[in-house]
Design a protein. Structure first.
Ligand SMILES: NC(=O)C1=CN([C@@H]2O[C@H](COP(=O)(O)OP(=O)(O)OC[C@H]3O[C@@H](n4cnc5c(N)ncnc54)[C@H](O)[C@@H]3O)[C@@H](O)[C@H]2O)[C@H](O)CC1
Ligand SMILES: [K+]
Length: 400
């Protein structure tokens, strides 16, 4: 992993490591298991359970079901050098952190007292075994070739994320922070904030959708400040070499006109939107932000389904339009974007968002970050955006 970037909010993942995956045959697996069983221990429920796991494995392979595999690379096979991978993400997790984050939560382990073996590998393997019982017979054990110092860094990452996590904002808190940014505590003007927010949106789009393949960006702007973010983003996208078109049923903005960015005539019908969708490669959804209150009103109640049915990739600003700021897409009327760029801090409603998730709004003073316990991630280098880990929806077990 040397030289590869990860931080407290960008977890180390399989793609960052140079694993040599190896599939063990049954004899080799047995040898390894026997070696573990030789480790000093008192025979207990874990020992029995692991024996049963072994038997089941033999039974499974005899019946030509999925093979059990241990995967590792050339690293030295010692507990300090071992990560496991969770079944539902592609993350690598050091064993000691796994104990905290997963063992306690696994139903099948609840009847056992786990404390005596907290530092042992065995329950981890059983845990994995138990987790995989539902879907497959593989045990994924990944031995890395990380140096001690790198292991410490990764462990530090997990310790950090176990104790701190990014705060998700309610609508009220988002509004309060917004106001505070424009009070003496932040001393920003609305235009300044919007400029930085719009730049972050444009950077996110450019990072995910390259201009050679997705030159025609349809920027859909709503009636509030988020619509302003969209206009700023359109201007930056124009500067970056994209060909933005603005759909903004409520008002016009001179800067974009000056740049000859095509703006569809404001209108409450959605014909112009339908036409524009047919001529676009990607959509920037800057319709509703944290002041949205359902249900969706005209003309957006027609516009959102039109946008969804276009099949074009969508990047949403702050919250996918149509989602309740705190309860998400419970009503099912909102857009389902591929990418989300949250501003300042993610909103409660997007906890379940499974696409690529970026954070922008690199303008929050440290004092405000601490006051509101936002636990913001570090922005890399001079970027206006930082990508957050995807919350769920990827199955690491299938990705290796
Ligand atoms: N600090 C920051 O993070 C900054 C974020 N910015 C962006 O501003 C929006 C919030 O702006 P606001 O003007 O408060 O609200 P909206 O953009 O969400 O728009 C409200 C707008 O929409 C209308 N509306 C509300 N509900 C409905 C509905 N059901 N149907 C139709 N229309 C509806 C309402 O009447 C208003 O006109 C935030 O999300 C960020 O994107 C700032 O740019 C900079 C600081
Ligand atoms: K939005």
């Amino acid at each position: 992993m040397p030289g590869r970037y990860y931080s407290k909010f960008i977890p180390p993942s399989l793609s960052m490591s140079e694993l040599v995956c190896q599939k063990l045959d049954n004899d080799a697996t047995d040898l390894l298991i026997d070696k573990w069983l030789e480790r000093p221990h008192r025979p207990d429920a874990y020992y029995d359970w692991f024996q049963r796991v072994r038997e089941r494995r033999h039974h499974a392979t005899t019946n030509a079901r999925n093979q059990q595999r241990l995967l590792w690379n050339k690293g030295v096979f010692v507990p300090e050098n071992i990560f496991i991978r969770t079944v539902d993400t592609g993350r690598l997790i050091p064993l000691d952190r796994t104990w905290v984050t997963h063992v306690y939560h696994h139903k099948s382990m609840s009847r056992l007292n786990m404390m005596p073996v907290i530092f042992s590998m065995l329950p981890e393997l059983m845990l994995l075994r138990g987790m995989h019982d539902r879907g497959c017979d593989d045990i994924y054990v990944i031995v890395t070739d990380l140096k001690r110092q790198e292991m410490d860094q990764v462990t530090e990452y997990f310790q950090y994320t176990a104790t701190m996590s990014l705060r998700y904002l309610t609508a009220k808190l988002a509004q309060q922070i917004d106001e505070e940014l424009m009070s003496a505590a932040g001393a920003f003007s609305l235009d300044q904030l919007m400029e930085l927010a719009g730049l972050a949106c444009a950077q996110t789009l450019a990072k995910v959708y390259h201009k050679d393949k997705y030159p025609r960006v349809l920027v859909c702007c709503g009636p509030g400040n988020q619509g302003g973010d969209g206009l700023v983003a359109a201007r930056h996208l124009g500067m970056f070499g994209y060909q933005p078109t603005i759909w903004m049923p409520k008002r016009l903005k001179t800067q974009c006109d000056n740049m000859k960015i095509q703006t569809l005539a404001p209108s409450d019908d959605t014909h112009s939107l339908s036409d524009a969708l047919a001529r676009s490669d990607v959509i920037l959804d800057a319709i509703f932000g944290f002041s949205f209150k359902p249900p969706v009103r005209a003309p957006f109640e027609t516009a959102l389904p039109l946008i969804s049915s276009s099949g074009l990739p969508i990047i949403s600003v702050d919250i996918p339009s149509g989602w309740d700021v705190e309860h998400g897409n419970a009503e099912g009327v909102g857009l389902n974007p591929d990418v989300l760029i949250s501003l300042t801090a993610p909103k409660e409603g997007v906890r379940q968002f499974t696409g690529r998730h970026f954070l922008g709004g690199r303008f929050v003073p440290k004092s405000m970050e601490e006051k509101f316990a936002l636990n913001l991630p570090d922005y890399p280098g001079f970027d206006q955006i930082v990508e957050l880990p995807q919350t769920k929806g990827t199955n690491g077990a299938q990705r290796l």
